[in-house]
Ligand binder design. Structure first.
Ligand code: SF4
Ligand code: FES
Length: 252
């Protein structure tokens, strides 16, 4: 009787870990007069994200490191931060997409009051959001007591701006917002756009009037920082331009 040999599948190649240096801008209001930079070396895999690196530091090296995060999958919008000078979500930034031959700089987003380490006070951001009345307003009831009917084209008109997760990456990358904290900022305008162009809503004129304010859309200098920063790929600058046009010509 002959014995046949069965080829074993090749063992998967082991993924090598390596050391990444993170330089994090720290600030503890109880101790520090000014923020300071602190280095951390962390053992990471290419498939890890900056959020994993922050967790490793917090859990294994310095439990006082403070940052926000919740979903860890790009949905809640709570971990926007500046990574190598660019606004990103820590949970969506892969180590392999960064040049780790150099240190990775991590700091809080700009333009909002710094509270601790990577945490800023988001209240001014949400105040602007609330001011544009980001909810459906309709005086009439839907026909037959059923849902409000909308065509595919009507729904598509504002589809892009429904994707906002209120992470503030756009607003806190805007040079106008850095110098003028009163400016509504891109995120508030994006969320106004979402309802201004909704065929079921009847309050576009009120929102357009709010955004025609001196701290409204006319502050935008079309630098495109907001569009580049948006982790959801929303065409933020275009949405602002559409709101400007609607103010000048009326809601199309
Ligand atoms: S528009 Fe984009 S960057 Fe701005 S808050 Fe919404 S998801 Fe974040
Ligand atoms: S932790 Fe929720 S978006 Fe990053």
């Amino acid at each position: 009787m002959s014995t046949a040999t069965i080829d074993q599948p090749a063992a998967p190649e082991a993924i090598e870990s390596f050391t990444v240096t993170l330089i994090i801008r720290r600030f503890d209001p109880e101790v520090d007069d000014e923020p300071r930079w602190q280095d951390f070396d962390v053992e990471m895999f290419p498939t890890d994200r900056i959020l994993d690196a922050l967790h490793k530091i917090k859990w294994e090296q310095d439990g006082s490191l403070s940052f926000r995060r919740s979903c860890a999958h790009g949905v809640c919008g709570s971990d926007a931060m500046r990574i190598n000078g660019r606004n990103r979500l820590a949970c969506k930034t892969l180590i392999k997409d960064l040049d780790v031959t150099k240190p990775v700089y991590v700091e809080a987003i700009k333009g909002l009051p710094l509270e601790k380490d990577l945490i800023v006070d988001m209240e001014p951001f949400f105040e602007s959001f609330k001011e544009v009345q980001p909810f459906l307003m309709a005086s009439s009831k839907p026909a037959d007591g059923k849902e409000r009917i909308q065509t595919v084209a009507q729904r598509a008109r504002f589809d892009d701006t429904t994707k906002c997760i209120l992470c503030a990456a756009c607003t806190s990358s805007c040079p106008v917002f850095w110098t003028d904290g009163q400016y509504f900022g891109p995120a508030a305008i994006v969320n106004a756009h979402r309802f201004i162009f909704d065929s079921r809503d009847e309050n576009a004129a009120v929102r357009l009037d709010i955004l025609n304010d001196k701290e409204g859309v006319w502050r935008c200098r079309t630098t495109f920082n907001c569009t580049e920063a948006c982790p959801r790929g929303i065409q933020v600058t275009q949405a602002i331009a559409e709101v400007k046009q609607a103010i000048m010509r009326g809601k199309p």
